[in-house]
Design a protein around this ligand. Structure first.
Ligand code: NAD
Length: 440
């Protein structure tokens, strides 16, 4: 049983800690936020992630998972220290590494005996060498530790499944002792033959950014194709299906819509471009993906204006979905907030509903008009914009939607419906790049 400490109990730290406990390790989750730790000790999970409450409870009951705000005691008790603190976007698009470097200094000041320090936060290439230097400087020349880069690829909303059954695990490791400890921690994954790639530290750091940016490029690519489809009478859903059947391309991340958001793609693409700037490398593909993405939320409002005959001033618009994607309450860089701000700029007002993200959205927009449910949100609205593809919106009763809306106008930012179904319900519809081919 390897003893592990996880620093930072956000989406990544808490899910990783609970899953590593489930693998049979003894895990203490530490956070600087004392209220968060107190809530976790009472069994309250600080964010929405399906299955997490049960996983935490099961591993706490088994004595493998605990929470603490005592950094010194945690370090003394743990052979392996995972860092999973935030690395948000800084002023100039670079990753803000202040939390990571702060934690490194703390670790160094309290290091005693041999430890492995594992970086799970997404950090630019070269950061882990700097982290190791900070630890060494604080701990003194006698310090004995190894640094590992173990970037995380979990998706919010399916984070537990992604951690327990990943496509791959990447480990930038430079010592045999650290490699053996990492094998111990991830033993169940070695046993079930998950691809585990041991690399150098810089390569592990780069794999994370290169992967996220690639997926972002795929999304922006299909969004630009969708815009062209709209002008030229092709249907992007059909086009994406036809492309995706080619194994070299693959069907995933070819869904046209209001663009990517969330806590990773927007900041990680910008951090990659900043790295490229520092090295005088063009990185034009990723820059173009960022620029194309920034246009997508605004296009939803343009589509609504076109349906409404030009002017949306004075309209009250029902907005369904606030989280940046379904099955999470995370609203960081969510298209919904950009759309709502744009609606307001154009003189319209929102009335919004989300199954779980309303409170988080209101923290960003304190005067957000929130409805208690889907159909209450629609009641008396002048139009509907569907922003997040929660399952409950996929099965909307369209006759009821038509009856509740004052004007039958629907913009579908995730292409979950189509023009034919909407027309049958008496609704006027705009999507991202779909056309009704049968109507020709
Ligand atoms: N959210 C995701 O889906 C995801 C997926 C893969 C990788 N990542 C990366 O993982 C990292 C963490 O992301 P997140 O979404 O979990 O962030 P988060 O904001 O949800 O959580 C960060 C946590 O760290 C804590 N923290 C900050 N400074 C601290 C300190 N000095 N000591 C102890 N705790 C501290 C905060 O209180 C918070 O609980 C980021 O680098 C992110 O890019 C995130």
């Amino acid at each position: 049983m390897t003893s592990i400490m996880v620093i930072g109990t956000g989406y990544v730290g808490l899910v990783s800690g609970a899953c590593m406990a489930d693998f049979g390790n003894r895990v203490i989750c530490y956070d600087i936020d004392k209220e968060k730790i107190a809530a976790l000790e009472r069994g309250v999970i600080p964010f929405y992630e399906p299955g997490l409450a049960e996983l935490v409870e099961r591993n706490r009951a088994a004595g493998r998972l605990s929470f603490s705000t005592d950094l010194v005691a945690c370090i003394a008790d743990s052979m392996v220290i995972f860092i999973a603190v935030g690395t948000p976007e800084g002023q100039g698009g670079e990753a803000d590494l202040s939390a990571v470097f702060g934690v490194a200094g703390e670790i160094g000041r309290h290091l005693d005996g041999y430890h492995v320090v594992v970086q799970k936060s997404t950090v630019p290439v070269g950061t882990n060498r700097r982290v190791a230097a900070i630890i060494r400087e604080a701990a003194g020349p006698e310090a004995r530790f190894d640094m590992v880069s173990n970037p995380e690829f979990m998706r919010e909303g399916s984070a537990i499944g992604d951690f327990l059954r990943p496509n791959r695990v990447i480990m930038g490791v430079e010592s045999e002792r650290a490699r053996e400890l990492m094998r111990e921690i991830y033993r169940p994954l070695f046993l079930n033959e998950t691809p585990i790639l041991f690399t150098g530290i810089e390569s592990a750091e780069m794999i994370k950014y290169a992967s996220n940016a690639f997926l972002a490029v795929k999304i922006s690519y299909i969004n630009e194709i969708a815009e062209l489809c709209e002008r030229m009478g092709a249907d992007v859903q059909v086009v994406a299906r036809g492309m995706g059947l080619d194994g070299r391309i693959g069907a995933k991340f070819l869904h046209a819509g209001a663009g990517f958001g969330g806590s990773c793609f927007p900041k990680d693409t910008k951090a990659l471009v900043t790295m490229a700037d520092e090295q005088a490398v063009a990185m034009g593909v990723v820059r173009a993906a960022i620029a194309a993405n920034e246009r997508q939320p605004e296009r939803a409002v343009e589509k609504l204006a076109a349906l409404a005959g030009g002017d949306i001033a004075g309209m009250r618009v029902a907005v369904l979905g606030l989280s940046f994607k379904p099955n999470t309450d995370d609203v960081r860089e969510a298209a919904s907030l950009k759309i709502i701000r744009r609606l307001r700029e154009k003189g319209a007002r929102e009335r919004a509903f989300d199954p779980v993200a309303g409170a988080n959205a209101r923290r960003v927009l304190p005067d957000l008009d929130l409805a208690p449910g889907t159909y209450e949100c629609l009641d008396g609205a002048d139009a509907l914009i569907i922003v997040t593809e929660w399952n409950e919106f996929r099965v909307l009763d369209l006759q009821r939607v038509a009856a509740l809306l004052k004007r039958p106008l629907v913009v579908d930012c995730r292409n979950i419906f189509n023009a034919r179904i909407m027309a049958d319900a008496g609704l006027r519809y705009a999507s991202y790049g779909q056309v009704d081919e049968e109507a020709r």
